[in-house]
Design a protein around this ligand. Structure first.
Ligand code: PLP
Length: 365
């Protein structure tokens, strides 16, 4: 049996350091907004080449707070991808704005910037590109459309810790970058966590207030904020793990390269890497027309796979009121029927990757 993921393996590999970090928080007895959160904010900002980082409760809140800090709210529309975690759109809704979608590029699964111009309307306030599966969206055309129409760009980098695009870390290309530390992400906590990064000092200041009930100083609530803070335990854990992120990302890239080499003549399409960017393979996603059959074939041979995502956001019940339907975004809809995520995590051995690839090669429609 090869599981889709196994978080125990990562813990076991660096157990001593993690146990020490956790114990020291317990010994200190300070759990909310303390020295670990500040230190991790500084370290994560440095890692991303960003001026500021603000720790929050999770990735969805990071997106919502980024929108709020940029002044995006009721009456505004935000353009994003229909093929993402639905949480991307939920964050837009939570900020009081309306998610609008453009179709994706069939090769990269990221938004197709050629579709932007037609989608930008009088209410459009921001673009929220998602760096899906760990590969940056086509930021250059996205940023130039944003400049032309005076739109904000808020990056959903929840799957893209450590990627870069034309030499710049994702999360710093737009106005604000948002990360999730959900346990299975490339940098994962032992619970929920998130981070917002920016080079804009005013946005950073506003984020610090918004995540903490809108307080400027204690008991002085200047904004209608939320309660969404990264906690000391998670920050202490993430500080340890951040030191391994580059190594883990390289291991993911090695596994991806091995899969792609082994799957050369198979009936599935491996991921397409764009030039001038790095892909950190949060997910290794192949595509094939008879996806469900392939998934069953692999399951019968003990290989657990997953689908990201089976239902595009515009077809989710929560967004029925947008009156979009099947056919609204045909590329995203087709991809949702054909994508299959194979196991990829730093602890997965080359031998297991070869086994999985052999099972894929052994499948014939
Ligand atoms: C994980 C994820 C989120 C949400 O992050 P949480 O920490 O689970 O709230 C948002 N967008 C994308 C693309 C994600 O993968």
């Amino acid at each position: 049996m090869i599981p889709f993921g196994d978080l125990k393996l990562q813990y076991q590999a660096i157990k001593i350091e993690l146990d020490q970090a956790i114990q020291s928080v317990l010994d200190e007895g300070w759990f909310i907004l303390g020295k670990n959160v500040s230190a991790f904010e500084t370290e994560f900002a440095a890692y991303c080449d960003a001026a500021f980082a603000v720790g929050v409760g999770n990735g969805t809140d990071a997106l919502q707070l980024a929108l709020m800090a940029c002044g995006v709210g009721p009456g505004d529309e935000v353009i994003t991808s229909p093929l993402s975690a639905t949480f991307t759109a939920l964050a837009i809704s939570a900020a009081g704005a309306i998610p609008t979608f453009i179709d994706i590029d069939a090769d990269t699964y990221n938004i197709d910037p050629r579709k932007l111009e037609d989608a930008i309307g009088p209410r459009t306030k921001a673009i929220m590109p998602v760096h899906l599966y760990g590969q940056p969206a086509a930021m250059e055309p996205i940023l130039s459309a944003a400049r032309k129409h005076d739109l904000l760009v808020i990056e959903d980098a929840a799957q893209a810790h450590g990627t870069s695009y034309k030499g710049h870390r994702t999360g710093t290309l737009g106005d604000v970058g948002c990360f999730s530390f959900y346990p299975s992400k490339n940098l994962g906590a032992f619970g929920d966590g998130g981070m917002v990064i920016t080079n804009n000092p005013e946005i950073a200041e506003k984020l610090r207030m918004l995540r903490n009930g809108g307080q400027k100083t204690r008991y002085d609530h200047q904004l209608i904020g939320v309660n969404s803070r990264l906690d000391e335990l998670q920050a202490a854990i993430l500080r340890v793990k951040l030191r391994y992120l580059e190594k883990w990302n390289h291991r993911r890239q090695h596994i991806a390269a091995l899969y792609t080499a082994l799957l050369g003549d198979s009936e599935v399409d491996p991921p397409v890497e764009i030039p001038d960017a790095t892909h950190v393979y949060h997910l290794y996603v192949v595509r094939c027309k008879e996806r469900d059959e392939l998934q069953k074939h692999l399951a019968e041979r003990g290989v657990q796979t997953a689908i990201h995502y089976p239902t595009p956001i515009h077809l989710q019940g929560a967004y029925r009121w947008l009156n979009l339907r099947r056919g609204s975004f045909p590329v995203a809809e087709r991809c949702a029927e054909q994508v299959l995520s194979l196991p990829v995590y730093p602890e997965l051995t080359d031998a297991k990757v070869r086994q999985i690839a052999a099972h894929v090669m052994g499948w014939h429609h």
